[in-house]
Write a protein that binds this ligand. Structure first.
Ligand SMILES: Cc1ncc(COP(=O)(O)O)c(C=O)c1O
Length: 372
């Protein structure tokens, strides 16, 4: 990144940069041209090719750079897609609860209707996505006359830390296909996976494996430089891939992207670095491997530590995280606390969250789930 931003360094790098880094910076600059200039509105073709190669290698199925949009993080990508889907006030978008607020906020911004489906929480299996619940939520919304157009899935999950099984993903695709619903797969935590029994499978891979009967299933998949071991969230880089999406919609999205002229080039360069990291044999590989390994182990260790600490608290249960950067505990309130809340006319979980906030300053825990 430093070399791309200040190419003069390439002329006289001293011994500050390993040889493969110099070579890589030259290649990136060749693909980009001057880094201060606008790129294609979908993002630089050279970076989109790198992303397509990454997806092909990850999933074992072809990926078309023309169907990839580089964005200033996953969030603007999600927003662009939602903006195209919500074409009138009666459009419903299904979203998981608990969720990451990008979805509810964007649906509200574009004046769509949020159609919540509730994730299941069990002591045996942790957080899971229950298909009957999806069908219930869909039918209920349709009964009310809502034009349900899309289903958002966050996998691995924020804030639940669950990772969907292959079978579960297949079933979700089956429902979406049968019900003519577009799928939005938020996969920004795809490398934050901690359980060997529950590896990450992309929706794209599973959809492709389901064969030609599902070729018309429309899927948008999102990824980002903000998470994983890269974690450069302030530099704003992400992409989304359109699979099976009607060409007319891809063209509309291109028009919407053109309004922003182009995604920022720093973020684009970082996407290229994320999807094409140093490989064995490169001079910078040993350091890269060591740093990535350390970050991964540290995240995994801290996640387990947090779960253990929460499970030591009275009335608190927390399933181990299978992925992402979160755990979402279940808190069982004692009858005395429930009675106090009732006497004060307060909702118990809100009361708990406010007490927690006042006592500790912790504010991210506001979605406490109440159990009796
Ligand atoms: C599930 C999920 N999607 C998207 C985002 C936003 O990603 P970005 O920084 O790439 O916009 C986050 C950030 O926390 C997230 O948790």
């Amino acid at each position: 990144m430093a070399l791309c931003m200040y190419p003069e360094l390439l002329k006289n790098p001293g011994n500050m940069f390993p040889s493969d880094v110099l070579e890589r910076a030259r290649k990136i600059l060749k693909g980009f041209g001057p880094v201060g200039a606008y790129t294609h509105s979908k993002g630089s073709l050279s970076v989109r090719r790198s992303v397509a190669d990454y997806i092909e290698e990850r999933d074992g199925f072809p990926s078309n750079p023309d169907h990839i949009f580089l964005t200033n993080g996953a969030s603007p990508g999600v927003q662009k897609v939602l903006q195209c889907l919500i074409q009138h006030k009666n459009v419903g978008i299904m979203l998981p609860i608990p969720q990451y607020p990008l979805y509810s906020a964007s649906i509200s911004l574009f004046q769509g209707i949020p159609v919540p489906y509730y994730l299941d929480e069990s002591r045996e299996t942790g957080w899971t996505l229950n298909l009957e619940e999806i069908t219930r939520a869909l039918q209920q919304a349709r009964k009310k006359g809502t034009d349900v157009r899309a289903l958002c899935v966050i996998n691995p999950g924020n804030p639940t830390g669950n990772c969907l099984s292959k079978k579960n993903i297949e079933q979700i695709i089956e429902i979406a296909h049968k019900e003519h619903i577009v799928l939005l797969a938020d996969e920004v935590y795809q490398t934050n996976v901690y359980s060997e029994e529950r590896p990450f499978f992309s929706f794209k891979k599973i959809l492709m494996e389901m064969g030609p009967d599902y070729a018309d299933q429309e899927l948008f998949s999102f990824h980002s430089i903000s998470k994983g071991m890269v974690g450069e969230c302030g530099l704003r880089g992400g992409y989304f891939e359109c699979q099976g999406v009607d060409q007319h919609i891809v063209d509309q999205l291109y028009k919407v992207a053109s309004v922003d002229l182009c995604p920022n080039n720093v973020g684009q360069i970082l996407i290229d670095m994320m999807v094409r990291p140093p490989v064995a044999g490169d001079a910078s590989y040993p350091l890269y491997k060591e740093e990535m390994g350390d970050i991964y182990e540290s995240l995994k260790r801290r996640s387990a530590k947090l779960v253990a600490a929460l499970n030591k608290l009275e009335g608190v249960f927390c399933a181990p995280a299978q992925g992402a950067l979160y755990v979402h505990p279940q808190i069982t309130f004692p009858p005395k606390m429930l009675a106090a809340a009732e006497a004060e006319g307060q909702v118990p979980d809100e009361m708990y969250a406010m007490a927690l906030l006042n006592a500790t300053g912790v504010v991210r825990c506001l979605c406490v789930r109440l159990t009796f």
